[in-house]
Design a protein around this ligand. Structure first.
Ligand SMILES: Nc1nc2c(ncn2[C@@H]2O[C@H](COP(=O)(O)OP(=O)(O)OP(=O)(O)O)[C@@H](O)[C@H]2O)c(=O)[nH]1
Length: 415
């Protein structure tokens, strides 16, 4: 990713280069005047340009037009606060007008570029029966590089969500035919939690209780129409930042910090409570408890860091082999579990034994050379009315037998 900074102050361009390279993996080109900006724009593709308005050879913000003419998102970073000029430039389609007030202005600009990069992968659904309003919101969102999908009422929005379950933000009007904004939000919240999707309600209705009702029904935020361009962007960005934060918290609570597979807590939340009904609805369930053989020796021979690399690669191979269909979790240390739902014991045994032979024959490449490991596995299949703890106890006994019989083998628990 390449970013152009058009700035005649050496101090400011140095600060921006430092902050941008710190926040993002990117190349930064600096143009101190319009002539050099023109040259650089002619020979490179830029993700975004950050431009001053007052340059030695272009004192009237001419560089903004040049950047926008090439369809490059433009952030104005200026020392002069001119409300009329600001309004004119926002209408021209710049991403933002940032005043150089203090160091936070530069940090804000770098974070904004990072958000633009993130926004490219974020799908936003706009539900509104007014074509004019929909198109306006679309244009604002596209200035910030979001992927935008439109729906003209609540029912059409629900259909769109079925086809695009990866939509991260829903912006919905209140008054719509067939299904209004409240009906839509109530339906959406039955399928998508607050960690999965954010919702912003909109309305031009003068009823002041609407904002609270939107939020009580499951929206994250509310905006009164007509709204100011920048308020819209601030609300969208804050809502998505909160969603990102929730996702991060969820990941910290449910994923293993080293290997990124699920952790023990996630596994037990998934299986502890509803084991019989889950098994009945999905058919059989088998658990594989896998423990790397003589892992202490790996640590003692190559060091703890290489031990970590081995664990990461082992988890990656488990995920590659089973992660798409089954739950893979690290129970702690060098012990992992895979829950094979819907598979009988014979098929599960074949899969685990195949994984075992492949692991043995494919050394792990580490920073300290190749390391060959083997794995012992205990395999238990669900018995009527059994708890997950009991199943794991039986899988653990089978694992003990696998270790006792010489390791590098899969042992089946007694039913
Ligand atoms: N590198 C690394 N080592 C870990 C981690 N968690 C646990 N270990 C080490 O894993 C080793 C497990 O050793 P043991 O329980 O004796 O088992 P083992 O050497 O694999 O022997 P068997 O299981 O009997 O084949 C210990 O040395 C732990 O310190 C980790 O996150 N990273």
């Amino acid at each position: 990713m390449r970013i152009l900074v058009v700035e005649d102050s050496k101090v400011v361009s140095k600060v921006m280069r430092h902050l941008l390279t710190q926040e993002l993996n990117c190349d930064v080109d600096i143009a101190p005047d319009l002539a050099q900006a023109r040259q650089l724009l002619a020979s490179n593709d830029y993700f975004v340009a950050i431009t001053d308005l007052n340059l030695p050879d272009a004192p009237e913000g001419e560089v903004v037009k040049l950047v926008l003419a090439q369809q490059i998102p433009c952030i104005v970073l200026t020392g002069s606060w001119n409300p009329l000029e600001r309004k004119r430039l926002l209408q021209l389609g710049i991403v933002d007008y940032v005043l150089k007030e203090n160091r936070f202005s530069y940090q804000y600009t770098a974070r904004l570029v990072k958000r633009l990069q993130r926004n490219q992968c974020v799908k936003v659904l706009v539900a509104d029966d007014s074509v004019v309003s929909r198109k306006y919101i679309r244009s604002l969102l596209e200035q910030h590089l979001f992927q935008v999908i439109e729906a003209d009422d609540g029912l059409a929005a629900l259909d769109t969500l079925q086809d695009n379950p990866d939509i991260k933000l829903l912006i919905t009007d209140y008054n719509m035919p067939r299904m209004d904004g409240f009906g839509l939000i109530i339906n959406v919240r039955e399928q998508f939690s607050r960690e999965e999707m954010a919702i912003i309600g909109l309305s031009s209705d003068s009823d002041q209780s609407l904002s609270a009702r939107f939020i009580k029904n499951g929206a994250n935020d509310f905006l009164q129409k007509p709204f100011v361009h920048e308020e819209f962007h601030c609300r969208v960005l804050n809502t998505l930042d909160a969603l990102d934060m929730m996702t991060k918290l969820w990941e910290q609570a449910n994923l293993d910090y080293l290997t990124n597979v699920f952790n023990r807590r996630y596994f037990f939340n998934l299986y502890e409570q509803k084991l019989p009904s889950r098994v009945e609805s999905q058919g059989e369930l088998s658990l594989g408890l896998l423990d790397i053989d003589y892992f202490k020796k790996v640590n003692d021979t190559y060091g703890h860091d290489v031990g970590d690399e081995v664990l990461v690669e082992f988890a990656a191979r488990l995920t590659q082999s089973f992660g798409q269909r089954f739950c893979v979790a690290r129970f702690g240390g060098e012990e992992f579990v895979v829950a094979f739902k819907g598979l009988n014991i014979e098929k599960t045994f074949t899969l685990l034994d195949c994984f075992r032979t492949q692991l043995e024959s494919t050394p792990i490449i580490t920073s300290n050379g190749k390391v060959t490991i083997t794995v012992s596995t205990g395999l238990a299949t669900y018995r009527s009315s059994e708890t997950i703890d009991n199943m794991l106890r039986r899988a653990d006994l089978a694992l003990y037998n696998a270790k006792a019989s010489g390791r590098n083998t899969v042992c089946i628990a007694q039913t």
